[in-house]
Design a protein around this ligand. Structure first.
Ligand code: SAM
Length: 286
């Protein structure tokens, strides 16, 4: 969360425990948070701020090749296109496409014979990404409004499913992996960047709904995350990269939450609690 995003973001400061895991209230808070981001213009890529944001995650040539409007609201924690092995002609699905940064990068890689579907549940993000595509003349990308727990696509359509810092936000991660598996063709590949829990979060953070929207409180352990992928049927699951966050990085994520407003908690060391992972997996051929 950049300072500019913080100014525009008005996530509800409610309690996750009160909202109840899996509840519409979590999705409502996440939708409101990213709806506000979609209406803002804060360029985390160019300022290199760390956050549920993209500072330093993309190469300079990638940044230069992208529409500025997509960069301005980018909010990922990795670069899944770097591990997705995309080739011309492929069909790609981007779960939680936001302003479209990874969808547009993928569109360039799969070329005019390929196609990219960006899925997002926040209408403001979908509208913004569609406008960017239109204004940039990018034709091999389509943004669809919908929840990644119920992907609005037929079974087996995708060669590759990517996602950047989104699955941690879902209250039902098992259902997301089930859906990713469903839309992939047999032999298709999943490539995600996401936040994973390294050790237990302090209760005040874990319970905070704004911290959930900032990609912190919804994170689960590597065991749980990979367990959900295995349960969905994925094989060859590989952790490609794992960057554990420092105190400063996590504090930056939490700038927007009630946690940051409580001086008695600010002295706590927040190192080694969450990490950004890059994970690949394959839907078996049979
Ligand atoms: C942290 S942002 C990442 C956006 C984009 N992947 C990027 O890297 O810039 C999370 C995005 O996922 C969307 N999102 C969160 N939970 C979702 C869900 N359950 N279904 C669909 N979209 C979701 C939000 O609306 C938001 O646009």
């Amino acid at each position: 969360m950049t300072t500019a995003q913080k100014k525009s973001g008005k996530s509800t400061k409610q309690d996750v425990a009160k909202a109840g895991s899996g509840s519409d209230e979590i999705r409502g808070a996440v939708r409101e948070h990213y709806g506000n981001l979609a209406k803002s213009d804060s360029s985390c890529c160019s300022t290199k701020e760390s956050s549920c944001g993209c500072g330093g995650l993309y190469s300079q040539s990638e940044i230069l090749s992208l529409p500025q409007d997509a960069i301005a609201v980018s909010a990922g924690c990795g670069n899944p296109t770097a591990i997705a092995s995309l080739k011309p002609g492929m069909i790609v699905v981007d779960l939680g496409s936001g302003g479209g940064i990874d969808a547009f990068l993928s569109a360039r890689k799969v070329g005019p014979k390929g196609m990219v579907y960006g899925i997002d549940m926040t209408p403001e993000m979908i509208n913004r990404a569609r406008k960017t595509a239109r204004e940039s003349g990018i034709q091999n990308v389509e943004f669809r409004l919908g929840e990644i727990e119920h992907i609005p696509l037929d079974a087996g359509v995708a060669d590759v499913v990517i996602s950047n810092c989104v699955i941690n936000l879902s209250p039902d991660k098992q259902q997301v992996f089930k859906e990713a598996f469903r839309v992939l063709r047999p032999g298709g590949r999943l490539a995600v960047s996401d936040i994973v829990l390294v050790s237990d979060l302090p209760e005040e953070i874990r319970k905070n709904l704004t911290a959930w929207s900032s990609c912190v409180s919804g994170a689960v352990s590597e065991k749980e995350y990979i367990g959900a992928m295995k349960n969905a049927g994925f094989e060859h699951i590989k952790v490609d990269d794992r960057v554990v966050y420092t105190h400063e990085q996590l504090s930056d994520y939490l700038k927007d939450s009630e946690y940051a407003d409580r001086p008695e908690l600010r002295g706590r060391n927040l190192s080694d609690l969450i990490a950004s992972y890059r994970i690949t997996a394959v839907r078996p051929k049979k």
